[in-house]
Design a protein around this ligand. Structure first.
Ligand code: BES
Ligand code: MN
Ligand code: ZN
Length: 500
């Protein structure tokens, strides 16, 4: 079930089942928002909470902490920690914490004390994103669906000096933006969490079409068997040989139709299941590999959100989709594939398949001569060793593009750390028989060497590569993340696209 969002009035708070009250702290203790209409809540909340009392309840008012005060005939009050000089990410976490603390409440009202340290629109957007993402339930194939979520989140802006019309308008705009972005993330999480037998390349292409075909100014093309041959997608077809399921390539375009609009092409890795191919993965290595199409879900979701929010830039998303299986026609170590741009690739490890399908995707992107190319891929296990589960790697040929993505990532709570494309390691990719081989030296800068491999196919356009193999999955429900798919970098990309 999806949670509805609307803007409400302070007067309706007594009818809510839970009311979230963001609190700030100063030297004296916890401060509840000025302008909070204490009387309509039907109980006395001093404007200054007793810090010692709150601490005894285990609530220090830290960011993301909550304290629930229950009463028989009144709404539960959920105190939500530290929004003092909050940035966007603090508000997002506050929205998520409030939603989680609200438990089985039918409706959650969230007070938004204004003005904040950031723009009102951003506060509303972040709170809605946090709440709706925390309310995500995977709902894959359980006959009894997991725990309920509130039917609605009601944003209640309050201001000590009285609420102005423009505040309300900003809250409404931000809330709508938050709904669209979290809707796209929820769709991407659904795709990623779906088992590979229920999301083959054909089924994924169909879902992408269903999602995108009614989005404003969006056209969707699906390349099938003969077309992929005619279009010389040798990397994608090579990986697909090991499977009975035919590959697909989804190309979606959002064109606002304005003369001179910048054009951004997004490319996403879409391996709907990565067994490793003949270089078969281990039991541990294979268990999560239905998620190896996260990049594709992220770029298609980002395009959808950008279209629904009326981005000024033109956006194309390219998603090569295939399984990587060791069937009897599977590519073998030593085989040579010819990518779309004519580059010959010696496949020395069939488990380094992502870069083979991205070679075609990036070539296609470069042919469109866009202003920027960004690819997103669960590409290397090595990136999790380097940066862990919370930070993704970014590499690229254009400093400004990399920096912009990092800035948007920071604000979105999806931090990106830049790794260097070390020229000397180009030598690791030298093949004796082809232009390039698909692996470097074992245990030696695997994430960077993969980046160097991809760079060859991006042409002379500003290009950046996000390796989200470490960040694409969450081990548990925490904050606005839910166990399983995170769709990491989708919100960063939407913010980036809207800024162009
Ligand atoms: N899909 C994997 C990378 C991956 C690993 C994603 C763990 C998410 C979690 C990718 O196709 C792969 O197998 N990469 C190899 C590359 C190697 C053979 C050069 C790897 O990282 O081991
Ligand atoms: Mn692999
Ligand atoms: Zn893979």
């Amino acid at each position: 079930m999806t949670t509805n969002v609307r803007i409400g009035e302070a007067a309706e708070l007594p009818q809510s089942s839970a009311v979230a009250v963001p609190v700030a702290t100063d030297e004296q203790g916890l401060l509840v928002p000025q302008g909070l209409p204490a009387e309509v809540l039907g109980r006395t909340i001093p404007s200054q909470l007793d810090g010692a009392w709150a601490e005894e309840q285990g609530f220090e008012g830290k960011a993301g902490q909550t304290l629930v005060l229950r009463a028989l005939d009144q709404p539960s009050l959920v105190l939500v920690g530290e929004v003092g000089d909050a940035d966007e990410e603090v508000w997002r976490r506050a929205g998520a914490a409030a939603l989680r603390a609200a438990g089985r409440a039918r409706a959650l009202a969230m007070l938004l004390p204004l003005p904040s340290t950031i723009a009102t629109e951003d506060v509303a957007r972040a709170v809605v994103e946090g709440a709706l993402l925390a309310a995500y339930r995977a709902n894959v194939a359980k006959t009894k669906p997991d725990g309920s979520v509130p039917e609605e989140v009601v944003l209640v802006p309050v201001a000590f000096e009285g609420l102005r019309d423009e505040d309300r308008a900003a809250v409404a705009t931000g809330a709508r933006h938050g709904e669209v972005v979290s809707g796209a993330v929820r769709w991407a999480r659904d795709m990623v969490n779906r088992p590979a037998d229920r999301l083959t390349p054909r089924l994924f292409a169909r879902e992408a079409l269903r999602r995108l075909e009614h989005d404003p100014s969006v056209t969707v093309e699906i390349w099938r068997d003969a077309e992929l041959e005619a279009e010389r997608c040798g990397g994608l077809l090579g990986v697909a040989r090991g499977s009975l399921e035919p590959p697909r390539l989804v190309r979606a375009t959002y064109d606002p139709g304005t003369e001179g609009a910048p054009h951004v092409v997004l490319v996403g890795k879409g391996i709907t299941f990565d067994s490793g191919g003949l270089n078969l993965k281990s039991f541990e290595g294979m268990t999560t590999m239905k998620t190896d199409m996260t990049g594709a879900a992220v770029v298609l979701g980002a395009l959808s959100a950008a279209a629904r929010l009326g981005a000024r830039a033109k956006v194309t998303a390219v998603a090569p989709l295939t399984e990587n299986l060791p069937g009897h026609r599977a590519m073998k170590p030593g085989d040579v594939l010819t990518a779309r741009d004519g580059t010959t690739i010696e496949v020395l490890n069939t488990d380094a398949e992502g870069r083979l399908v991205l070679a075609d995707g990036l070539s296609l992107a470069a042919e469109l001569e866009p202003d920027a190319i960004v690819d997103v891929a669960t590409l290397t296990g090595a990136v999790r060793v380097a940066l862990g589960p919370d930070v993704a790697a970014v590499m690229g040929t254009d400093e400004a593009l990399v920096q912009t993505l990092r800035d948007h990532g920071e604000r979105a709570g999806e931090p990106l750390w830049e790794l260097p494309l070390i020229e000397k390691y180009e030598s690791h990719l030298e093949s004796e028989v082809a232009d390039v081989k698909n692996i470097g030296k074992p245990g030696s800068a695997g994430t960077i060497v993969a980046g160097l491999f991809l760079r060859r196919f991006a042409g002379d356009r500003p290009w950046a590569h996000l390796d989200i193999a470490g960040t694409g999955r969450a081990e548990s429900d925490e904050g606005y993340l839910t166990k399983g798919a995170t769709a990491f970098s989708l919100r960063t990309l939407v913010a980036y696209l809207l800024s162009r």
